[in-house]
Design a protein around this ligand. Structure first.
Ligand code: SF4
Length: 287
């Protein structure tokens, strides 16, 4: 069913009308709306440019662009704007396909210090083309071409960029909108900046279309999607009480329906390892 997302402001320069054929309850739509709301509130006097493309972000009317080429496009835009003496903030919002297909452009633009905010809405799937895995798909999750589950651990892309030129990186979730709002505001004053937002996908993950926020909350509360932030040289995890188990998280979606008890034990080990890695970064930051 087509759904319509509209962003409007009393500021005459800010008017966006996004209409797209997205699934009802798509968390990427919500994430896009939340990010745009914060950007327009925070930068209302600076005439921000926002563009991007993704399955749940807007395939139709959020300005078209080539998947994998957003960051090289931004380099061109920033260079042209500098030559013309134009100073407008740029934000790109796209999907996690970008951390594979656009890796080279994204990492190089950050490494060379181009100042913009890149937001990835992470549904852990190429959802528009068959739900095969991306670099961020969680281990053992069933994908469109691997019903037995993905074998490898995901890329931790914000951490890669933390060591590759970013001034700010963070993970976020639409289940924690205040944390997301705060992080977008922090990112906009520390460029280049990168935020990866967990945005489950109804058809790829297999849950009812009114459960997107709950699935996101379970991911955060079980430790499968830790919230963290690297800002001003300081790495911090957001302290989220473990109110859910990994078993509850995998039980909320059909992409894990094939898991055995032993498999769930392996996923619990994955969370323990992830905790340990992030705790090490936090300790190193405090030292
Ligand atoms: S397939 Fe997934 S990401 Fe794409 S619109 Fe539907 S819920 Fe959103």
């Amino acid at each position: 069913m087509p759904i319509k997302m509209v962003m409007e402001s009393t500021d005459q320069r800010v008017h966006m009308n996004i209409t797209a054929n997205q699934c009802p309850g798509c968390p990427e739509n919500l994430a896009t709306r939340l990010v745009m709301q914060t950007v327009f509130e925070h930068l209302k006097d600076d005439d921000p440019i926002i563009f991007g493309q993704g399955c749940g972000i807007g395939r139709d009317f959020l300005q078209r662009s080539g998947l994998g080429t957003h960051d090289s496009g931004i380099v061109g835009m920033l260079t042209a704007m500098e030559i013309r003496g134009i100073d407008r903030p740029i934000v790109v919002i796209d999907g996690d396909g970008q951390i594979d297909l656009g890796l080279e452009d994204l990492a190089t633009a950050f490494q060379q210090g181009y100042k913009y905010l890149h937001v990835v809405c992470d549904n852990q799937a190429h959802a528009a083309s068959g739900s095969h895995a991306t670099g961020s798909t969680q281990p053992m999750a069933r994908t469109g071409v691997r019903p037995s589950g993905k074998l490898r651990h995901p890329k931790h892309f914000p951490l890669m960029l933390m060591y590759s030129g970013a001034e700010y990186v963070a993970t976020a979730s639409t289940s924690h909108p205040q944390d997301l709002d705060r992080k977008v505001r922090a990112a906009l004053t520390r460029l280049p900046a990168f935020i990866q937002i967990l945005t489950p996908c109804n058809p790829s993950w297999g849950y009812d279309d009114d459960q997107g926020i709950e699935v996101s909350r379970l991911a955060v509360n079980s430790g499968m999607w830790p919230l963290y932030e690297w800002k001003d040289g300081d790495f911090r995890r957001q302290r989220i009480p473990r109110k859910a188990t990994v078993r509850e998280y995998v039980g909320s979606q059909r992409r894990y329906a094939h898991l055995t008890d032993d498999d769930i034990g392996l996923l619990e080990g994955y969370v323990t390892d992830l905790d340990g890695m992030l705790a090490g970064l936090e300790r190193g930051s405090a030292a």
